[in-house]
Design a protein around this ligand. Structure first.
Ligand SMILES: NC(=O)c1ccc[n+]([C@@H]2O[C@H](COP(=O)([O-])OP(=O)(O)OC[C@H]3O[C@@H](n4cnc5c(N)ncnc54)[C@H](OP(=O)(O)O)[C@@H]3O)[C@@H](O)[C@H]2O)c1
Length: 237
């Protein structure tokens, strides 16, 4: 009898962005079947993959688009984008929560500013930045950080198989390997506050097969950063 495991089918919501494209690449490298959702105007950003993935064009907060894209998927990786002031992130997250299979692994990306349990410790600089830049961006109707907060609140409250991955500041560059993580911003291991974007994507894709991350909100940092190297062994995680 052939016991080859079935090929995993993975939906990437927000596939055309920088993080999204890295996730597509990692998922294909692992032999997964990939369905990518991106805005109609961005479909050509996925040209490099077009023969190897299924693309579902449309706004990621369009419930019908998401329903179609996540059908039959074992995992859904969602880039939560707090763009505009019309609850784009919340609409995207809610559609994924509503339409993904109950047993599907769901990963959502966001930043350190999201707190699951209020135990994160932020420097005054970060607090000021989030408050001032957040307000200015909302006034300019560009970005609404509160939308990402609400999206994550709904994810945390759901009974799905979720993981919310909280990214540090990001940089480009070759992969350094799987980032390390901690439950709370402010923990010494995260002090360097820097991750390669390609490795943020790696963490999202790797989480598909890491059940210990179910119902966790890992804050990640590059595994080669000074704080990761200094604290990785002793960190309680
Ligand atoms: N940038 C950082 O320093 C940073 C730090 C920590 C965490 N994060 C998290 O990482 C994730 C992605 O970050 P990233 O910087 O790498 O960005 P990214 O991958 O380039 O993602 C940007 C996403 O936003 C979409 N987008 C752009 N303009 C839009 C609009 N007007 N309306 C709707 N969607 C729009 C893009 O879609 P199109 O391709 O269609 O334009 C793309 O899917 C987010 O969850 C973010 O919270 C970022």
């Amino acid at each position: 009898m052939n016991s080859t495991p079935a090929r995993l089918k993975v939906c990437i919501v927000g596939a055309s962005g920088k993080l999204g494209q890295y996730m597509v690449r990692h998922a294909l490298d692992r032999g997964y079947e990939v369905v990518g959702v991106c805005r109609e105007a961005s479909v050509d950003k996925l040209d490099a993959f077009k023969d190897r993935i299924t693309i579902v064009p449309g706004a990621t907060d369009d419930r019908e688009v998401i329903k179609r894209a996540v059908a039959g998927c074992d995992a859904v990786l969602t880039v939560l984008v707090p763009r505009g002031v019309h609850n784009y992130s919340t609409g995207t997250a809610q559609a994924v929560l509503d339409y993904a299979r109950p047993a599907a692994r769901l990963m959502f990306s966001c930043g350190y500013h999201i707190s699951r349990d209020g135990q994160d410790v932020y420097s005054w600089k970060v607090k000021a930045l989030v408050s001032v830049v957040g307000r200015l961006a909302r006034l300019a109707r560009l970005v609404d950080l509160e939308d990402q907060v609400e999206a994550c609140r709904r994810v945390f409250a759901s009974d799905t198989q979720w993981t919310v991955v909280r990214g540090s500041d990001l940089e480009e560059g070759d992969s350094q390997g799987l980032p390390v993580w901690s439950r709370h911003v402010g923990d010494p291991i995260l002090k360097s506050n820097l991750t390669r974007r390609v490795d943020f994507a790696l963490f999202m894709v790797d989480a598909i097969v890491n059940d210990s991350l179910v119902h966790e909100a890992p804050a990640i940092v590059g595994c080669q950063t000074p704080s990761a190297l200094a604290y990785a062994v002793t960190s309680p995680r």
